[in-house]
Design a protein around this ligand. Structure first.
Ligand code: SF4
Length: 426
């Protein structure tokens, strides 16, 4: 797709992860064909920026030459540690593969919306609950039996629960819904389906009996899988990394024994294969390369889009503002909320509402309280006042927080009027 800094290509590996050599080859190809910036999106897709109509075929050739298999067609996503997480109760990768085969075999071919997505979650810890999907399938255990919860159009908390299915019905049910979408039209999304006939599937339990999930841990940090296997998650600050920095990191991780890299939600890479006695060194190495290697890194709690210089629609330097939030308003970044910095009202980095969104406005910045980037700002901040406005917000939360209260609860208790008054102080 076209952006402000040229064409952008989005890739997903056909297998759960990349070898280090494959990711180095992608990084080198991005440096040669693009502008030297790689991104990992909030849902864990890889993006290469700054391409041109002339360089896209070369990029494609370089990826093919490296033998890298890229997923085609419908996005069917599984959690980053699928197949490795001991907390999983079902094999999401094999269900995803069966669904891919069913979609590929369907005649006539299903004409589906390009952004349609399916999440298949085996019930592990590092789940995709916060990622929006058209079709969600989550393994659950009910009375000792493995079942699957089917939900449509949203995240784990916002999607509409449709049915609880036996495993044998999972792929046929997903195919029924995909066929219904294809019948509606090329742009149809799961939110367009008003009723789903569930009577022809065996429905062994009520959707209301399935307990909600607790939020997944942050991808950044060391994940202890079974006391003997550790996986290092590293987040890209504000979703981006320079290709030379990525290559240097991958070379060093390879020396430490890393064998595979998986893409993860929260703009992260999961590093597999490092021996337990070396995983701490790998974490320090990632930190030294400027990445978010710890779950408490404040940069994990800011969602920023590409911004000026990378997107034609952007009117603010989102990454500079995000760094300003880290430097001037650390009290807001205790992990209880995500601050969204958006270059325009589209809100690509976080389409859903945020407790605080800083967006572009005609006079500088708009601050939206409890809303998405498209909402009318609660307060306006002149361009030269953004630093002091952030300092005032920081002071407001630091001073008014009651014992043990999180930044989010404090902001909720104080309300939009008090937040507005704080940022508009002279
Ligand atoms: S939110 Fe606006 S400025 Fe940011 S990437 Fe999306 S379209 Fe571009």
């Amino acid at each position: 797709m076209m952006t402000g800094d040229g064409l952008l290509v989005r890739l997903r590996p056909a297998r759960p992860g990349f070898s280090l050599g494959e990711l180095m080859a992608i990084s080198d190809a991005a440096a040669l064909c693009g502008n030297g910036i790689l991104e990992i999106t909030a849902r864990g897709n890889l993006q290469i920026r700054g391409l041109t109509a002339e360089t896209v075929p070369l990029l494609s050739q370089k990826i093919a030459d490296a033998g890298i298999e890229i997923a085609q067609g419908l996005a069917i996503e599984t959690p980053p540690l699928a197949g490795l997480d001991p907390a999983e109760i079902a094999d999401a990768v094999s269900v995803a593969e069966r669904l891919r085969q069913a979609v590929a075999a369907h005649q006539p071919p299903l004409q589906l919306a390009p952004k349609l997505s399916v999440v298949i979650d085996g019930g592990g810890q590092l789940h995709l609950g916060a990622v929006t999907a058209d079709i969600r399938l989550r393994a659950v255990r009910t009375n000792g039996k493995l079942l699957w919860l089917l939900a449509l159009a949203g995240t784990e908390t916002t999607a509409r629960r449709i049915a609880v299915l036996e495993e044998v019905a999972v792929v046929p049910a997903a195919m029924d819904i995909l066929a219904s979408l294809a019948a509606i039209g090329r742009d149809a999304r799961a939110r367009d389906i008003t009723g789903v006939v569930t009577t022809h599937w065996a429905v062994p339990a009520d959707v209301g009996d399935v307990a909600p999930r607790i939020a997944a841990p942050n991808s950044a940090g060391i994940h202890d899988l079974d006391g003997d296997c550790f996986i290092l998650g590293v987040g890209l600050p504000f979703g981006q990394i320079r290709t030379e920095n990525l290559r240097s990191l991958l070379e060093a991780l390879e020396i430490l024994g890393a064998t595979e890299i998986r893409l993860a939600p929260g703009h992260a890479l999961m590093v597999l294969g490092i021996a337990p006695d070396r995983v701490g060194a790998a974490q320090a190495l990632a930190l030294g390369h400027g990445l978010c290697a710890f779950p408490r890194d404040p940069r994990n709690h800011i969602a920023a889009c590409a911004g000026v210089g990378a997107c034609a629609s952007a009117r603010i330097d989102t990454r500079a503002v995000a760094q300003m939030v880290v430097d001037r308003a650390p009290a807001l970044l205790d992990g209880s909320l995500t601050i969204h910095v958006s270059g325009c009202a589209k809100g690509c980095a976080k389409p859903s509402a945020s407790a605080l969104t800083i967006t572009a406005a005609p006079i500088g910045y708009g601050l939206v309280v409890n809303g998405p980037a498209s909402a009318a700002p609660t307060a306006y901040i002149e361009e030269n006042n953004i630093r002091t406005a952030l300092e005032h917000l920081d002071k407001l939360v630091s001073k008014r927080k009651q014992g043990g209260e999180s930044a989010r609860s404090c902001l909720t208790r104080l309300g939009a009027d008090m937040i507005t008054a704080a940022v508009q102080q002279g």
